[in-house]
Design a protein around this ligand. Sequence first.
Ligand SMILES: [Zn+2]
Ligand SMILES: [Zn+2]
Length: 183
Amino acid sequence: MSARVEVALPKDATGFIRRQCPGCHRIFKTLPNRFDARVLQRRLVSLFPFENADEGYEEVPHWHCLYCGHHAEADEWLAPEHVSYLESLSRAWANHVRYEQLAYVSRTLSYNPRPTFIAVAPEALPEPLPAEPEDLRVIPMVCCGEDVKAEWDWDGPMYCPRCGAHHGGMSGRQQVHLQFIQE
Ligand SMILES: [Zn+2]
Ligand SMILES: [Zn+2]
């Protein structure tokens, strides 16, 4: 196999990536992380047995839910559209591998007067994921010095997705209210 596919999670206009909590299923966004590539690799390896499978099971850190504090391994935070893309990619990739194998066999049997099968070219690999829309609102995480994006109507406490620190009194609605009083 010499084909090469580049896989990446789409970013919105300000560079944030969509994440979904495996516990409460709410959506938030964080900036790209150095473990994102390993997360994609681990998920693809779990869907399709690549030859270099050993590389797929390197450790990933635990991340935390911005809203409920649930913590889970980094590859649990893919959004449903990310997962279905990876599933269709691994399915299409498996078909390509199978086609290459069959095509190889039929090429090497080219002098066989009565071939017993014809390798049918598989469908093209799926289009990359669409661009991530610009939504949600930016919240600074003072503990780790990294911005996150939260749902507009969330006014409960928040947890830092990276370190899990609990920010009880820092809800966006209270911040807006404070600013209003100061003016
Ligand atoms: Zn959650
Ligand atoms: Zn933090």
